[in-house]
Structures are given as C-alpha cells and as structure tokens.
Design a protein around this ligand. Structure first.
Ligand code: COA
Length: 328
C-alpha cells in the first residue's frame, strides 16, 4: 500500500445553533429527554440558501489552508454525503466548481455515517494510481434538509456540518493512514433510510403528503447494531495491526449518541478519558462527525500531531468501519 500523509484537516458548521429548548417549542420533547437519551445539547443548522456543497466548500478551503498547499495541486475530489445538492450531478462536481477547480475527477459516494472510513479506503486505494498524488476527501451533510421536523424521534438527533482532509502520497516511510476496515449489510437497509425521491419511489404528490422524503429510523434496532458492529470492528482492526488499546492515544467514534459511545467503552474496556466526544455540541452530523471531533480536539490541544487515533463508525446501510490514522 502507498504511504499517505494527512496534510490538512478543515471543518465547518453553520452559524445558527438550535438548542434542545428551541426544539421543545417545535415538537413534544424536552432538554432533559434529549440529554439523557443521547447526550446532545445543541446542533448547528444551515440557512435555507446554504446547501451541502456550500458546507463542503468551506471545510475544504480550511483543509487546503491547513495543509498549506495550492488548491491546484489537488488531483481528485471525493465527497461522501447522504444529502447531496441534487440527485444528479454529484455534489463533488459542484464543490469542484465552487472551489474554482476543473479538469480533475470528482465524484460522490454513499456510505451514510460511515463515510469517513469509506472515503479513506477509497482514497488510499485510488492513490496507488500515479495520477492521484493529492486528494481532497470531504464528508458533508445538510441533514436538516431531509429531517422530518414533526418527528421527535429523529429530528432531535441530527445536525449539519462538513469536514475535509487533504491526503498526499508520503515522501517518507510513515503513513498517516495506518489501516482501514469497511463493511456493510444491506439486510438492514429498511431500519434507517429516506424511502422516496429515488427510482424506487419517485417524487409525487402522494410521497410528499406521506412525508416519505424524510429520514425514517428504527432507533432501538440501530442502537443495538451500532454497539455490536463498532465493538467488533474495533477488536478486528486492533488485532489485525497487532495493537492494544494502550497504544491508541484517542478513540474518536462516530458521534451519534453518547450512550452508544459509553457502551462501546465499557464493552471493550476502553478508558473513558480516551474517548473524544463532541456530540453534545453538534448532534449527529453523519459522515463529518469524526472530522468535526478530531478538529475540535486538535484546536483545543487534546489531539496533537503524531498521535494515533482510532475512528470506528456506523451508519445507514447498515455500513460500518474503522480506521487507525495519525495526523502528520
Ligand atoms: N422527546 C421525548 N420523548 C421521545 C422523543 C423525544 N425527542 N423521542 C422518542 N420519545 C419517546 C418515545 O415515543 C417512547 O415513548 P413510549 O415509551 O411512550 O413509546 C420513549 O420516548 C422511549 O423511546 P425509545 O425509542 O425506547 O428511546 P431510546 O432510549 O431507545 O432512545 C434513541 C431513542 C433514538 C435516542 C436511541 O434509540 C438511539 O440513539 N438510537 C440510535 C440512533 C442513531 O444512532 N442513529 C444514527 C445512526 S448513524
């Protein structure tokens, strides 16, 4: 495998904060319920005129600055999203244009909340090709655009945001991507999805009326599977790399629910002080949640360059995965 360094990280969340108290004026819920069931206190919500590509562009610009590269050095743009600007073309080409880039490949992939792990594995596989030396990987979602704001069981859990990484073939022998595992099981597609708007249920007055364009979730089932799949993949990636949890500096899991994170820590005996948690501030922002947590902890000095970070995740599909990375 080609050695790859993580040259830069950038994230963006919209300015507008929606608190649990704000939500309790919209649906029958309370700050107490949301905090005890999920650990979420607030989330950021995009303006109506801000689309997923706008969030992605802001995160990308910050990652490019952080990497200290010229944007024209980028050879490939990959965007993981579940809330694309449009069904076609890809959000990636819209991001490309907004960044002022052309004549390089740009495409989207769909792995829902496991987009970070999938994106890393796609990038590192493509970077074996000599054409791709510098890759812009972006995970971004305006989930507020696919949430049912009348459904208290889902709308309180999610937020909007984007994260980006600049990956570059490493000149030295150390790799920023130590290992990645991704997997999926489509048997679970019915427990977390947006049923209408695709070819199976094209948009019609009836689909709109039945609110079929919004995210539907069987929360309890997803909760159980999240703990099982993330625990298994953590054990697998540690064993495969002959690492123990003591050799990991930080565990940055997908930020969906603090109770899921606590359950994994307990099950695998991971010290709670190694778990990085930002779900309280951003809610579940899908594929960007790990990048938001890494960036937040890097800026407050908790995560330092050279630290080894384990990032397990899961999402609709069901998809799941884990990566072990090192920011260089
Ligand atoms: N405010 C108040 N009450 C609510 C509520 C809300 N926002 N949402 C649901 N409830 C109610 C339910 O109607 C239910 O009431 P009932 O017992 O009268 O039927 C009760 O609270 C308990 O619901 P339940 O679903 O058992 O709660 P829970 O403890 O399983 O927590 C989730 C619900 C959604 C927080 C939890 O299942 C979860 O986090 N699942 C995983 C979701 C996830 O991570 N999705 C993203 C995947 S990437």
């Amino acid at each position: 495998m080609t050695n790859i360094s993580i040259k830069g990280v950038g994230t963006y969340v919209p300015d507008r904060i929606l608190t649990n108290d704000d939500l309790s004026k919209m649906v029958d819920t309370s700050d107490e319920w949301i905090v005890t069931r999920s650990g979420i206190r607030e989330r950021h919500i995009a303006r109506p005129d801000e689309s997923t590509s706008d969030l992605c562009v802001k995160a990308a610009e910050r990652a490019i600055k952080d990497a200290n590269i010229d944007k024209n050095e980028i050879d490939l743009i990959i965007v993981g999203t579940s809330s694309p600007d449009m069904l076609t073309p890809s959000t990636a080409v819209i991001v490309q244009h907004k960044l002022g880039l052309r004549d390089i490949p740009a495409f989207d992939f769909g792995a829902a909340c496991s987009g970070f792990q999938y994106g890393l594995d796609i990038a590192r596989s493509m970077m074996v090709n000599p054409s791709y030396r510098t890759v812009l990987l972006i995970c971004g979602d305006k989930l507020s655009s696919i949430l049912d704001w009348e459904d208290r069981s889902t709308c309180v859990l999610f937020g909007d945001g984007a994260g980006a990484m600049i990956l570059r073939k490493a000149e030295d022998s150390q790799s920023g991507i130590i290992d990645v595992i991704i997997s999926s099981d489509g048997e679970y597609a019915p427990i977390l999805n947006v049923p209408a708007g695709g070819s199976m249920e094209p948009a019609s007055a009836a689909t709109v009326q039945k609110r079929r364009h919004f995210l539907k979730m069987e929360g309890r089932e997803v909760f159980k599977l999240a703990i099982q799949k993330m625990s298994d993949v953590i054990a697998l990636i540690l064993a495969r790399n002959n690492l123990s949890i003591d050799q990991i500096d930080h565990v940055v899991p997908h930020q969906a629910n603090v109770r899921i994170i606590d359950a994994i820590a307990e099950k695998l005996e991971i010290p709670r002080q190694k778990m990085r948690i930002t779900v309280d501030k951003f809610g579940n922002t899908s594929a960007s949640s790990i990048l938001l947590a890494i960036d937040e902890n890097r800026r407050n000095g908790t995560i330092k360059n050279g630290d080894v970070i384990l990032t397990p995740g899961f999402g609709a599909g069901l998809t799941w995965g884990a990566a072990i990375i090192r920011l260089l």
